[in-house]
Design a protein around this ligand. Structure first.
Ligand SMILES: *[C@@H]1O[C@H](CO)[C@@H](O)[C@H](O)[C@H]1NC(C)=O
Ligand SMILES: *[C@@H]1O[C@H](CO)[C@@H](O)[C@H](O)[C@H]1NC(C)=O
Ligand SMILES: *[C@@H]1O[C@H](CO)[C@@H](O)[C@H](O)[C@H]1NC(C)=O
Ligand SMILES: *[C@@H]1O[C@H](CO)[C@@H](O)[C@H](O)[C@H]1NC(C)=O
Ligand SMILES: *[C@@H]1O[C@H](CO)[C@@H](O)[C@H](O)[C@H]1NC(C)=O
Length: 575
């Protein structure tokens, strides 16, 4: 049994903390034996199951069970029996909940000119009812029986295997909820994140204890900004600011790097999770990937995989660095923490700007100035390290080779979205870079990279948040060319989402850039439906461009159809 020998070696040497302290959900023999036996298609299944008895009882019973077998390895049938005695199916932590503030006909629908798209948007609005979740009170009373992290308010979840609240997904979910005029649900979600910052000092990746030592792209301040814009609720800003400040400090203290360049010290951010052991929810994937490595190298790889999960891009060739310290290699070469990502730093810049804006609203000019200065320092750092004057775009920075990775990713243009640059000419140059990159030639969205690696954050997948950030970034430029590119990408994306909805009766987490509505694939699990951020992004684009969008592929095919209809009419007239 290769898995056991490799894993036992590691358990002896690991120095870093485990993903959480639970000896059932994050470390220990039960997790190892059940995941290794592959009783379920997805490793997330087991770690989402509820205990039927106190953890000590379950641990004791398992110890008794293992002692019956000479090698301590419990056979499959006995494992299954053990599971059915001491665990319940996932989902037992929730009770049915339809958001009480859901409404039938939110105002944004009336802005959509195309009647087919308007009818579809109405159905998207209806999907919130199926994605609402409320935790049973038992999770608060008996947290030891669950891997769920208790939060006080009901939520809207992404969907599919993502059955709990997630961090960065929620930004687009929340913007969709606000368009659906569901402000109470939106507020409750933000309150949950504030609660999590109070508890952990940052927002975990999702509401499960096995996520409690890693975060995700920090969008909480932007959620508060969206909420304020929709409600003008000053009091809520006052309530939120201490947690926003605390989260910001976490990123600056625990996820930053200082670099000296020509006598100036720049501070930029990275993803970094110094936690050993495989991810409990993808346990066998992580063990199998680390097979054959030295214990030390295994632990390093697991640290980098967790940083990759923290980035939200799990997984991608974007994080590969080979033995020559250059971009490239294979999955085992994932080195997320050695990269200063363009999008994370743009997002931090937006956080700084939003914090200044929120402090100014509540009249704290001194704190606002502090964040103005942080924005200036961030722009200098981004322009010194991430901007490439020859290529005319921003890029990720490799800390091992001290150089930029010049491959295309939509995230390269995140400083456009964050408006985090000092010269307007940089924005127009970035547009020319985008047009020359080859990334705009796909009919169904902008690909996540130009590299087909088999990973889900690579070619041929297109992801809703990346489309949205790119479109919003382009729409903020002044040139007609930029604005038309933004609209063209919107039209392609909305057509893709709508086409897939018609074909499959579903909204997917990602799409194939060449699939004409086919969902994306690759990576560690089957494509998921639901889907929170997809619905949120579609609603935002329908709201913004609803007067022009059409439920057909492109302007070109519209033109062709018109010409065809005219020809038929002419033929009919003359026969
Ligand atoms: C484990 O075995 C001991 C000795 O047979 C027994 O007393 C104890 O109740 C068992 N524990 C569990 C949880 O079954
Ligand atoms: C951040 O780093 C500090 C100092 O290294 C450490 O004490 C603290 O626990 C870390 N915070 C979190 C939330 O991990
Ligand atoms: C890669 O980077 C590390 C850290 O900077 C350095 O120690 C190592 O020598 C580099 N390897 C190569 C092949 O350049
Ligand atoms: C692209 O993916 C292949 C594996 O399919 C890999 O060998 C290559 O190095 C990758 N390129 C980059 C830039 O990551
Ligand atoms: C767009 O034009 C306005 C008004 O002329 C100007 O203030 C702003 O800086 C321009 N923005 C960009 C990104 O070029």
């Amino acid at each position: 049994m290769w898995i056991f020998s490799a894993f036992l070696l590691v358990s002896e040497v690991w120095a870093l903390p485990p993903p959480c302290d639970s000896e059932i959900y994050c470390t220990g023999e039960i997790l190892k034996q059940i995941q290794t036996a592959k009783l379920f298609n997805d490793d997330k299944h087991f770690v989402d199951m509820k205990l039927t008895a106190a953890p000590e009882v379950v641990l004791g019973a398992f110890q008794n069970l293992t002692s019956k077998f000479p090698d301590g390895v419990v056979p499959r049938t006995e494992l299954q029996e053990f599971l059915s005695t001491f665990f319940e199916e996932p989902g037992k932590e929730f009770e049915p909940w339809v958001p009480p503030d859901w409404r039938d006909n939110p105002h944004f629908l009336s802005k959509i000119a195309d009647t087919t798209l308007r009818e579809w948007a109405k159905q998207l609005n209806g999907l919130w009812k199926s994605l609402g979740r409320k935790l049973r009170d038992d999770v608060r009373i008996h947290p030891e029986l669950y891997s769920s992290i208790y939060t006080p308010h009901p939520v809207v979840v992404p969907g599919g295997r993502f059955r709990e609240l997630y961090y960065w997904d929620s930004y687009w979910v929340l913007n969709g909820l606000l368009l659906s005029e569901m402000t109470d649900t939106a507020k409750g979600m933000i309150q949950n994140f504030l609660f999590l910052v109070d508890k952990y000092g940052f927002v975990p990746n999702g509401c499960r204890i096995y996520f409690e030592r890693r975060s995700q792209p920090p969008f909480l301040a932007l959620m508060v900004e969206s909420f304020y814009e929709a409600t003008k609720d000053h009091e809520f800003i006052k309530l939120a600011l201490p947690a926003l400040e605390r989260e910001y400090n976490f990123w600056m203290q625990n996820r930053s790097v200082s670099l000296d360049l020509h006598g100036t010290t720049h501070v930029l951010n990275r993803y970094n999770v110094e936690v050993g052991l495989p991810r409990p929810e993808s346990f066998t994937d992580d063990v199998e990937l680390a097979e054959g490595l030295s214990p030390d190298a295994q632990e390093k790889l697991w640290v980098e995989l967790k940083a990759g999960a923290e980035s939200g891009w799990d997984y991608t060739s974007r994080w590969y660095i080979n033995s020559q310290n250059q971009s490239g290699g294979t999955f085992k070469d994932t080195r997320t923490s050695a990269i200063l990502p363009a999008d994370l730093n743009a997002l931090m810049c937006r956080n700084e700007r939003v914090l200044a804006y929120l402090y100014r609203i509540v009249g704290n000019e001194e704190a606002a100035k502090r964040y103005d200065q942080a924005v200036s320092a961030r722009i200098k750092a981004i322009e010194s390290l991430l901007w490439d004057p020859e290529m005319g775009s921003w890029f990720d920075y490799n800390l091992l080779s001290n150089s930029r990775h010049l491959s295309f990713y939509p995230s390269n243009l995140a400083p456009l979205w964050a408006q985090c640059y000092s010269q307007p000419s940089m924005g127009e140059r970035a547009l020319q870079y985008l047009k020359a990159s080859g990334a705009l030639k796909y009919p169904n969205g902008v690909p996540t990279s130009l590299n087909v690696s088999g990973q889900q954050w690579d070619m041929p997948n297109a992801w809703p948040p990346l489309q949205h950030m790119l479109i919003e970034g382009l729409s903020k430029l002044n040139s007609t060319e930029a604005k038309e590119t933004a609209f063209d990408l919107t039209q392609r994306w909305i057509y893709t989402n709508w086409r897939a909805y018609v074909n499959y009766d579903a909204m997917f987490e990602k799409y194939d850039v060449n699939g004409d509505g086919k969902p994306g694939g690759g990576g560690e699990y089957e494509v998921q439906l639901g889907f929170g951020w997809t619905n949120g992004v579609a609603m935002q684009l329908l709201d913004q461009y609803g007067d022009r969008l059409m439920s057909r592929a492109t302007g070109v095919s519209f033109l062709l159809e018109t010409v065809l209809i005219c020809c038929i009419l002419i033929i009919l007239l003359f026969t």
